[in-house]
Design a protein around this ligand. Structure first.
Ligand code: NAD
Length: 497
């Protein structure tokens, strides 16, 4: 029988009351493995009330105690990592080792959050005027919420809740309805690590739940990661409701291959960054820009590697697994059909892949296009699948201009041996995260993650010091004691003496 999932609220699993469900699949087999409840407005509102009730005590818990919860949580995730990776892969489809890697990248943010006593230290100025001291501190916001995408059901929630909770906020997670089981396990493990009930609540749902969170005045900040149209919508609706918002969107990441690059290493980088996780990463490289005469050699070397990608069920741990749903598989294949219609050269066609014993899984092989033009939809739009487009640019200047003109600005990289070119690229390109001879330049936990242009809306990046700023507000205190207080009222703006 298909499992019926729940919500995780107030430290326990709670059955959904709406009678509305969304199916959850095992992409490796195509099996309809579970149904996830889609919360009503009232259920979301109750979850907010529960988080609000937990807030005062948690905010008053010392930062070192909060840090100890994060240490314990890290230990518990590590102890259970094989089971967690298998659960993640069973709903997402990424291969086991990649699922594990994504959990570890999330845990790195937890490690960063373990340093919260230091990160929350304020500033102090002694004797700013006679006998007056001034100091500032960072205070938690209250109840904050995170809305996360299907492609990183462990890492992206940890980007958000690890920092938010360590700062003293209580957190409501609304994970993707495509792979909700792992996020709920994280809620359970936080409870086991010592986070009081209600500090991390997980509510499952769709647009209705999201809208309820965006509009509820008790929710003080919204972190969103997902596609650009929804990121824009979330940003404007939550900002209109007076909240802080950070909303990360989609991407089309270009990798420039200069003629002087080590071509074999550039090809290896493109294969991993283009096809790892079946291209379902916001930092996947989906466009290879071959500069000057790099194009022919690049395509010659790429094609056999794309043909030989090991595609299989997540447990087999090949190079890539299936796509997340049948619907998404059809969408990606539709883009390949479109690319042919638009006149690009399909050098490797993976559309017809079928795996013996897994005929109902959502698989396709890697696809490689050459001679893609910048006015084609397959260049302009995010495909989010194992499809790499090679675009040729005669010069470096034309290549960088191409990257700058693209609506998305998440990540980019350059492969070259020329330091001046690399420096010019990293200093000038209109992109938030840049790699030099590094294919996927994802900043580590103690830096911050965020794109530019239509890849991110709001003022603060995810995690790192930016995350601490996002989840806290500054209070500045000016203080003196009776001996310094002068007699008599002052009617003019005080100036410093
Ligand atoms: P999505 O936008 O469909 O969904 C993201 C979240 O928004 C989910 O929780 C979903 O339930 C909710 N949602 C969906 N439609 C909604 C609506 N109409 N109103 C309110 N909420 C809605 O994204 P996805 O398909 O789950 O994830 C893939 C996308 O996420 C890709 O575009 C990818 O580039 C992007 N992504 C970006 C980053 C980044 O940091 N920039 C990281 C990971 C993924």
């Amino acid at each position: 029988m298909t499992e019926q999932l729940k919500h995780f609220i107030g430290g326990q699993y709670v059955a959904g009351k709406s009678g509305r469900f969304s199916p959850v699949y095992n992409p490796s087999t195509g099996e309809h493995k579970a149904d996830v409840p889609l919360a009503t407005e009232a259920e979301v509102s109750d979850a907010v009330a529960d988080s609000l009730a937990a807030f005062p005590d948690w905010a008053n818990t010392s930062p070192i105690t909060r840090a100890r919860v994060m240490f314990k949580f890290k230990q518990l995730v590590e102890e259970n990592i094989e089971e967690l990776a298998a659960l993640l892969a069973s709903e997402h489809g990424k291969v086991h080792s990649d699922a594990k890697g994504s959990i570890i990248r999330g845990l790195e943010v937890v490690e960063f959050a373990c340093g919260i006593p230091h990160l929350l230290k304020g500033e102090f100025s002694d004797n700013v005027s006679s006998g007056i001291d001034m100091y500032s501190m960072r205070k938690p916001l209250g109840v904050v919420a995170g809305i996360t995408p299907f492609n990183f059901p462990a890492m992206v929630p940890m980007w958000m809740f690890a920092v938010a909770i360590a700062c003293g906020n209580t957190f409501i997670l609304k994970p993707s309805e495509k792979d909700p089981s792992l996020p709920m396990r994280l809620g359970e493990l936080m409870l086991q690590a010592g986070a009081p009930k209600g500090v991390l609540n997980v509510i499952n749902g769709d647009k209705l739940s999201v809208d309820t969170l965006l509009d509820d005045p008790r929710v003080k900040a919204i972190s969103f990661v997902g596609s650009t149209p929804i990121a824009k919508y979330v940003y404007s609706r939550a900002a209109a409701a007076g909240k802080r918002v950070q909303a990360m969107g989609g991407a089309k990441n270009h990798m420039l291959v200069m003629p002087d690059a080590d071509m074999d290493k550039a090809v290896d980088a493109l294969i991993g960054a283009g096809y790892g996780s079946a291209g379902e990463r916001c930092m996947a490289i989906s466009v290879a820009v071959a500069v000057g005469d790099a194009g022919d050699e690049l395509v010659e070397k790429l094609a056999p590697k794309v043909r030989n990608l090991k595609v299989g069920p997540s447990a087999a741990d090949g190079d890539m697994g299936p796509l997340v749903t049948k619907e998404h598989l059809e969408k990606v294949k539709g883009y390949v059909d479109l690319g042919i219609e638009e006149g690009a050269d399909l050098v490797v066609d993976g559309r017809d892949l079928s795996l013996q014993g897994y005929e109902n899984g959502f698989y396709m092989g890697g696809c490689l296009f050459d001679n893609v033009q910048t006015d084609m939809r397959i260049y302009k739009e995010e495909i989010f699948g194992p499809v790499l487009s090679v675009v040729r640019a005669p010069t470096f200047n034309e290549a960088i201009e191409m990257v700058d003109k693209h609506e998305f600005g998440n990540g980019t990289s350059i492969f070259t041996r020329n330091g001046d070119v690399a420096r010019a690229f990293s200093n000038n390109v209109e992109i938030g995260m840049v790699g030099v001879n590094v294919p996927i330049p994802v900043p580590l936990a103690f830096h911050s993650f965020g794109g530019w242009k239509n890849s991110a809306f709001g003022d603060h990046n995810q995690h790192g010091p930016e995350g601490v700023r996002f989840y806290t507000k500054v209070k500045t205190v000016t203080s003196r004691w009776p001996d310094s207080i002068k007699a008599g009222a002052e009617f003019i703006m005080p100036t410093h003496k």
